[in-house]
Ligand binder design. Structure first.
Ligand code: NAP
Length: 247
């Protein structure tokens, strides 16, 4: 069975991706950082719909824990699915932080870097031995890599780094037919950075050709497509999923 690891699968885009993957018949190992109850809620929904999912705790900003996480994933794969490989990894977990470039502290910079760039790099490296040939990696980046948005400079810079890293993953893992793509959302209605105020949402909607902000499912189903057979010949791409943001 195709089993996918999705980081930050307890809420928002990751939770939607987990549900869409399960509806396509994939098994899901979804991770959470703090919110066990939300993660269990997504596992319950998948189970009620006839799918199979497991929630695992993981701090994506703590690479020293990744080898233990890999062992836990191997154990879960064996216990729940009686197999030893995963067929996909979604590096989705993240948080938002607004601060003008002039005021960003070294601590804020480091926390953003750890979760949005260093974490995906070393988590992918750690899980590589469990990835089957032909697996698919999806990295969540952001339309802020294309459209400069005041207050998110380090976040956008690390997402840009992740887009570059995506192409290197595709280059180096292609020998095993492992694909890597980035999905770059525009403004999506989630709890990221404390959620959207109504004024900010109106501004973002006015800058979007389709006249509104997106919903988690707008992105979740694209992620699931990239992990499924339809995505088999899509590789090394950044796919913006933003309704036509600032065009
Ligand atoms: N929403 C947008 O407008 C938007 C736009 C562009 C890009 N993105 C990107 O899309 C991804 C998902 O964002 P979202 O909007 O769905 O966010 P969200 O609703 O705030 O959910 C964030 C998820 O990431 C997890 N998480 C946060 N920090 C973590 C850490 N240190 N280690 C492990 N997990 C952690 C959370 O776990 P807990 O539930 O346990 O806290 C939660 O599952 C992020 O990479 C974000 O940068 C979002």
């Amino acid at each position: 069975m195709n089993v996918i690891v999705i980081t930050g699968g307890s809420r928002g885009i990751g939770a939607s991706a987990a549900l869409h993957c399960a509806r396509r018949g994939m098994g899901v190992i979804l991770t959470y950082n703090d919110n066990l109850a939300a993660a269990q809620g997504i596992v319950r929904r998948i189970t009620e719909e006839g799918g199979k999912a497991v929630a695992q705790k993981l701090d994506v900003g703590a690479p020293a824990t990744f080898s233990v996480f890999r062992d836990d994933v191997a154990q879960v794969l064996n216990d729940v699915w009686s197999q030893g490989v995963i067929s996909g990894l979604v590096n989705n977990a993240g948080f938002g932080l607004y601060n003008p470039l002039s005021d960003v502290t070294e601590d804020q910079f480091d926390r953003l870097m750890n979760v949005h760039l260093k974490g995906p790099f070393f988590l992918t490296q750690a899980l590589l031995p469990l990835m089957g040939d032909g697996a698919s990696i999806v990295n969540l980046t952001s339309a802020t890599t294309r459209v400069a948005t005041a207050g998110v400079a380090p976040y956008a810079a690390f997402k840009g780094g992740l887009e570059v890293l995506t192409r290197y993953m595709a280059k180096e893992f292609g020998v095993r037919r492992i694909r890597a793509n980035a999905v770059s959302p525009g403004a999506i209605r989630t709890e990221l950075g404390g959620g959207l105020t109504s004024d900010f949402e109106a501004l973002l909607a006015s800058q979007t050709a389709l006249g509104k902000v997106g919903e988690p499912d707008d992105v979740g189903r694209v992620i699931a497509m990239l992990l499924a057979d339809e995505g088999q010949w899509i590789n090394a791409q950044t796919i913006e999923v933003a309704g036509g943001y600032v065009i």
